[in-house]
Structure formats: structure tokens, C-alpha cells
Design a protein around this ligand. Structure first.
Ligand code: ADP
Ligand code: MG
Length: 727
């Protein structure tokens, strides 16, 4: 017997956020005819955009507003209400939300401010609202936001107080700041870019970036997702989702809170603390997000993605009627992943025919200043037809007699016909930038300066690389997890802190790191026994939780050739420690076999905990100058094999690892493996607060690579089993 399966594909599946973005009826609670008020603007926008559903103003003071019957309370509306947009004063919001629950409202957009962002009192009120909403299964946007827009043709809802009618298009936009939201809406409208959705999420009491990413992932109207973020909700979820979604839809993110001052502003602003900058950088880089550093750059990049196809390669051709801007473009492209294309002889010959003798048909193709629309069309077409060209920048500085709109029209025509991206630089009088979106339908992206166009090309090219990049795998090596956990747990139950040298070595060995043979000797202990178990030459080091940089206090002596020298070295070291005033901190000495040789390079592998992002993995050039060189790369978990590969290659000194001046390259693959092993360790062994392997001496042969200095600090476990950072 067979059963019929219902044909409910992704398009007719109901999503809980449909209550907010696809309502059939909206109550505007706090609607008012009072000029200059938000309650009036929102109602006005819903009418002006011809919302495809019912609208119910709610305000006990009015019988009707804008000729529309007005209700004293949401519970008195006779029809069902899907969405309530709430603009009443903060003190009344909770009561209104309770009424919405009674009425069976499914979605809330709370515009009102005065909650978590103002302090503990506000936070309490916000928590009470969250409780009511979640108890009744209502999804909520805000509070402290500027509303939402669904500009898709079938809904046409503008439930914001931003002026203007947002055109319908393919960009879904989320912002954590309402004020910036207004600015962006206006800027984007000017460019003629259209939205699918817009959401100002404010305090993110319920709906946040992750929910929206998920909602827009399958949405057929949305081709690009743009976000202004001040903080991430759950960084690990964000990574996983954006990794997946960015494979099909570009995600452009402006992440603010970059400086320490910025982070403080972010926390007072929407009541959330911004993540550590290095962590958010690592995170965004890892998940294919196009990170931009300003709103302006975001608008450019969005325009670039929406107005042109993704390039199929990185070979750029520049066509121009002016020398200076073309030189600027070439300079800007240098070293950012773009290549200046070499045009084929056929292309150049054809261009020569199309242009006067003074023109240059090398790339940049410099037509004469008087080049007209016909020449732009012909030359750009030849450039795009060339198999050595993947994308083009067409620069036009209008001389008096040439009509810019016609030039842009022709550039657009060829770009569309050849289906390759063309970014246009128009250095014209102000009015043209507003006329083009209205008068040249489907125009190529237009920028005012060559650097802007190049920046966009960089982004789209990077996105191309990301799309073709394999996702990679999180690796799992055979390790002795139980042993590592045993040592960490033991320390955690005795107050936490730094593990001793022997436990540290055992943990590292349990996870397959190559350590050096070593022996620990008490401060007054006998060096001879230690020396007998090791092969000379050896290194002598001081041991002590409080001694962080041993070399700084004379606590490292290298290359000790024999037993006699070892005894002497100990005396020397004690004297140095005494002088530095740290002899009392020494709990013993460590005798280690010497590792590495002339071919060795020192790298660092490390782990730090970020309060928001969890464990951060670090790799870089190691040794004593780490802090000065700062040549390191960070990743958040999960770290895949591809991430490890990119991490190693992303540091400036990578060429040193490959060998310079006839040196052999070190075993880079083994470094990648160690990164993955470290990722596995922090994932499997809870409580590691800080870990430093500095240096790991790496050599051409993995068999002689060694970790020669390691420190692991673990968190104490308190009575309830929660961990807290140890001193
Ligand atoms: P610290 O970082 O506390 O100053 P290290 O143990 O890292 O002390 O030693 C300092 C430097 O000495 C290392 O960067 C490395 O160059 C060298 N070194 C330390 N131990 C060894 C060893 N066993 N074999 C070879 N070189 C070593
Ligand atoms: Mg060290």
C-alpha cells in the first residue's frame, strides 16, 4: 500500500518568523494622528506602501485615525491579528504584550526603547516581556528598534518609521542600530537598490542575526544578506550557519566595536558587549563572510554584488578615458588578489582599429579623453570577449561634449551581453548619480572613485574563491583523552592554575605532540640523577608558576655539554634568579634534551578563551619576539583542515617557513596537523583556560620537530561545577 506524500516544499513551509514578515493582519498599538510621532509614521508607512493585508490602529483616545477604525485595545479587534507593532511608552509595553498573548497574536515588533539598554531596571522589564512572549509562542523583534520591512511584491509591508518607500529587490538587511538603519535605507534607496527584507533588531531580546540568517537562507526573494552587527549571539552557531549560507548567498557584514572605545560604546548602546576584535575577525574570515569596515563600503559591496555577476577569475581589465584614475585603480589592485589581465594580440589589434593612434591598447586600455559611447561600447566589448579577462572596471571622466548617461547605458549593454562583471567609475557632476538609477534601468554598479570599484572587485573575487573552497573537515586523531582529562581535572579540583612540567608533557604526548625528554629536579635536588637519564647536550630551566618568562630572569641555559657543566649552570642560574629577586618563586629545575638544529624555526601554537567566542586558537612565528612581531593568526572552533592550511599560510613570515636563501622548507603539513590536534584538545578537554606552546621548534622532518616550552593554565572548578577563571 502506498501513501500520498503532501507536496509541501520549502516555499509553503510555515516558519515562526512568518508571523512577523508575512502577517495577514497588523495591529499598530500606540498609533496616533499626532504629527511628528513614531506611531503616526509607522501607520503612515504601512498605508503608503499599500500593505497587502489588514491594518488595525489601536489607541483608546481615538475612534479613527487616517479614516481607519481604531480600537481601544488589541483584544477588542474582531478579526485575528498576526502581528502587533508596539509603540506605547516603555512602562505600558508589558501590559500590551499580555493583551497580545490573550488575543493570540503571533508576532511582536516592539519599537519602544527604555529596556536592557538603560540598565538593570530596563533589563528586568525586558525579561518579563520575554517570559510572556515565549510562554505564548510569540516571536519578537526589538525592543528598542526601528521596525521591519517586507518589500516582496506579495506582502509590501513597511512597519518602520523611516521615510520613503523602499523598492522591492533582492537584498535582505539586518541592523542592530536603528539610527544607522535609517541612514542605510536612505542611501540604498538613492542607489536604486531594492530590498527583500529589512529588520532592525534593537536589543535582540528574541530574534537576532542567527534567526534572520536562517529565515533568509531559503527565501527565494533574497540573493544577498547584509548585516550591521555590534555583537554576535552564539558565535559557534553563527560560524556554522554563515559557512553554509555564504556558499549560495553572499553575506556582507559591518562589524562595529573594533576599538576598545568602540566596544564600550557598543555595550551602552544596545546592551550587549562586543566581542574581542581579534576573535570577530577570525570568526568572520572563517565563515566566508565579506567583512567591510564602514557603512559606505558595505553599500558599495552590496551594489557590486547585486549589479553584476560573480567573477569567474581574478584577471582585471581597466578601460578608461583618463590616465590618473586608471593608475589609481592599478595601484589599488596591487597585492589584493587581483591580477591585471594581459590582453591577447587579437584583442589589442581590434582595439587599435577602433581607437585613434594616441590611445594605448595595453591594459589599462587608455582611450583618448574624447572617447564617446560608441568607443566605450566597442572597446569594452572587445575586452570582455577576451578569454584572458574575467572582470572589468570602466572609468569615465565626462568631458563636456559627451553625455554620461549614454556611456553608462552602453557599458551596461555590453556588460549584460557578455555576462562578466563590470564596475563603472563615473567621476561626474552630482546630479548624475541620482539620475542613473532612474534613467538607466539595470545599470552596472557605479562608483565615484577608482579605489571603491577596486575594493568591490576584491570582495567579489574573494567571494568567488570562498565559493570554490572546499569546506574542509574537523579532524579527529587517535589520542589519550582520558589521560589529558585526568591531569586537567585534578588541577581544577585543587584550585586550578598552571600545570606542572610533567603533567604538561603527558597531556601533550597524549595528544600526539612531540615533546623533549626531560627530568624535573627539586631546588636542592641532585642534578646527576637527572643528567644520567638524558643525553647531552641539555638545557636547564627554572620551574615556577610565577615565573612566566624564564629567559628574562636568567632561567634558561642552553647547550650544556656535560655533567660538570650542568652543576655549574645550576649555580649560575641560582645566582641570576637571586639577583632578579625570584629565587623564592622557583619550585624546581627542569633539565631538557636540546632540540632542533640550524634548520629549525620557532613557531607558537596557543589557546586563549574569549568570553564570547570560546576558545581561540593561535598560530604564528614564535620565540621571544612574539609580542613584538605579532605575526599570528587566530581561529575560533571548529577548525577544519582547510582552516589550518590557511592559518599557516596567512602569516607574513610564511615564506620563512618555506625556506629562504637555499634553506629547506620546514614540515608545514606537520604544523597544520599540530593545529588540528590542538583544536581537538581544547574541544575534548574542558577547563583549559590558556595554553602556550612557545616555541615549537619545527624542522624539515617531522621526526625532529619538538615542543620545547609549554604552559597550560586551567580553570578551577567551584562547588557547583561551574568553572571560573583562576588567578
Ligand atoms: P621562556 O620562553 O620562558 O623564556 P623557553 O623554554 O621558551 O623559555 O626558552 C627560551 C628559548 O630557548 C626558546 O625560545 C628556544 O629558542 C630555546 N630553547 C629552550 N629550550 C630548548 C631546547 N630544549 N632545545 C633547544 N632550544 C631550546
Ligand atoms: Mg618560551
Amino acid at each position: 500500500m502506498t501513501f500520498a506524500v503532501s507536496a509541501s516544499g520549502p516555499f509553503n513551509r510555515m516558519h515562526s518568523l512568518d508571523a512577523i514578515f508575512k502577517p495577514r493582519s497588523i495591529a499598530v498599538i500606540g498609533a496616533t494622528p499626532r504629527p511628528g510621532s513614531i506611531g503616526r509614521e509607522i501607520l503612515g508607512n504601512l498605508f503608503a506602501n499599500e500593505f497587502n493585508g489588514k491594518i488595525f490602529p489601536v489607541n483608546p483616545k481615538y475612534e479613527y485615525i487616517h479614516s481607519t477604525k481604531t480600537y481601544p485595545s488589541v483584544t477588542e479587534i474582531p478579526d485575528p491579528v498576526d502581528l502587533a507593532v508596539i509603540v506605547v511608552p516603555a512602562a505600558r509595553v508589558l501590559g500590551v504584550v499580555q493583551e497580545c498573548a490573550k488575543k493570540g497574536v503571533k508576532g511582536l515588533v516592539i519599537i519602544t526603547a527604555g529596556f536592557r539598554e538603560i540598565g538593570p531596571e530596563g533589563a528586568k522589564l525586558e525579561d518579563a516581556i520575554i517570559a510572556v512572549a515565549s510562554e505564548h509562542g510569540m516571536r519578537m523583534i526589538g525592543p528598542n528598534c526601528m521596525g521591519v520591512i517586507d518589500a516582496t511584491p506579495e506582502v509590501r509591508m513597511n512597519a518602520t518609521f523611516s521615510p520613503g518607500v523602499p523598492p522591492s529587490g533582492t537584498v535582505a538587511f539586518m541592523t542592530q542600530s536603528g539610527a544607522l538603519g535609517v541612514a542605510i535605507l536612505l542611501a540604498v534607496q538613492k542607489l536604486g537598490l531594492g530590498f527583500s527584507y529589512f529588520a532592525s533588531v534593537g536589543n535582540k531580546a528574541d530574534v537576532g542575526a542567527m534567526d534572520l540568517l536562517e529565515y533568509w537562507e531559503d527565501d527565494r526573494h533574497t540573493q544577498l544578506i547584509a548585516m550591521y552587527l555590534e555583537s554576535f549571539g552564539d558565535p559557534r552557531r553563527f560560524t556554522e550557519m554563515s559557512k553554509r549560507i555564504s556558499k549560495t548567498k553572499p553575506i556582507v557584514v559591518v562589524k562595529s566595536g573594533t576599538s576598545a572605545a568602540g566596544a564600550r560604546a557598543a555595550s551602552s548602546h544596545t546592551g550587549s558587549l562586543a566581542g574581542l576584535e581579534v576573535a570577530s575577525d577570525a570568526l568572520l574570515q572563517q565563515c566566508g563572510v565579506n567583512r567591510v569596515s564602514s557603512i559606505e563600503e558595505m553599500i558599495h559591496v552590496v551594489a557590486g554584488f547585486v549589479g553584476a555577476p560573480i567573477p569567474r577569475g581574478n584577471r582585471l581589465c581597466i578601460v578608461t578615458n583618463a590616465g590618473g584614475p586608471a593608475i589609481m585603480a592599478v595601484d589599488a589592485a596591487d597585492g589584493h588578489g587581483l591580477q591585471i589581465a594581459t590582453l591577447s594580440e587579437t584583442t589589442r589589434a581590434a582595439m587599435r582599429k577602433a581607437l585613434p593612434a594616441e590611445a594605448s591598447v595595453e591594459n589599462p586600455v587608455a582611450m583618448v579623453a574624447s572617447a564617446d559611447h560608441d568607443q566605450y561600447e566597442r572597446v569594452l566589448d572587445l575586452a570582455l570577449a577576451d578569454d584572458h579577462v574575467d572582470l572589468a572596471i570602466a572609468i569615465f571622466v565626462p568631458p563636456l561634449m559627451i553625455e554620461p548617461l549614454e556611456v553608462i547605458r552602453r557599458i551596461t549593454k555590453v556588460a549584460r551581453a557578455r555576462a562578466k562583471p563590470v564596475y563603472s567609475v563615473l567621476m561626474a557632476e552630482e546630479s548624475y548619480y541620482e539620475r542613473i538609477p532612474r534613467e538607466v534601468p539595470n545599470a552596472v554598479p557605479i562608483f565615484r572613485f577608482p579605489e571603491d570599484a577596486v575594493k568591490v572587485a576584491e570582495h567579489t573575487n574573494r567571494y568567488r574563491l570562498w565559493r570554490s573552497r572546499p569546506a574542509g573537515e574537523v579532524c579527529s586523531f587517535r589520542v589519550d583523552k582520558a589521560l589529558a582529562r585526568k591531569w586537567v581535572e585534578k588541577k581544577r579540583h585543587t584550585g586550578g592554575g598552571y600545570l606542572g612540567p610533567e603533567e604538561t608533557r603527558e597531556i601533550l604526548e597524549a595528544y600526539g605532540f612531540p615533546t623533549v625528554r626531560q627530568a624535573v629536579v627539586a631546588v636542592e635536588g641532585d642534578m646527576r640523577a637527572a643528567a644520567r637519564s638524558l643525553a647531552f647536550p641539555v638545557a636547564l630551566k627554572v620551574v615556577g608558576e610565577k615565573i612566566v618568562h624564564k629567559s628574562d630572569v636568567g632561567g634558561v641555559i642552553l647547550g650544556i655539554p656535560d655533567e660538570k657543566a650542568l652543576a655549574l649552570a645550576r649555580d649560575t642560574m641560582r645566582a641570576s634568579l637571586e639577583r632578579a629577586g625570584v629565587l623564592g618563586h622557583a619550585t624546581g629545575f627542569l633539565v631538557q634534551e636540546m632540540a632542533g638544529d640550524a634548520s629549525g624555526k620557532e613557531v607558537i601554537l596557543g589557546v586563549a578563551q574569549d568570553p564570547k567566542f570560546g576558545p581561540l586558537l593561535m598560530f604564528g612565528m614564535g620565540g621571544r619576539y612574539v609580542e613584538i612581531l605579532r605575526d599570528v593568526a587566530f581561529r575560533v572552533l571548529p577548525v577544519t583542515d582547510i582552516d589550518a592550511r590557511e592559518m599557516v599560510r596567512s602569516i607574513r613570515s610564511f615564506p620563512l617557513l618555506q625556506g629562504v636563501r637555499g634553506e629547506s622548507p620546514v614540515d608545514v603539513e606537520f604544523i597544520e596537523e599540530m593545529i588540528l590536534r590542538l583544536a581537538q584538545l581544547v574541544d575534548e578537554v574542558p577547563g583549559v583556560e590558556e595554553l602556550d606552546l612557545n616555541p615549537v621548534i619545527v624542522t624539515p622532518d617531522r621526526a625532529s620537530c619538538r615542543v620545547v616550552d609549554a604552559r597550560i593554565r586551567v580553570a578551577a572548578v567551584d562547588g557547583t561545577g561551574r568553572s571560573r577563571p583562576s588567578g
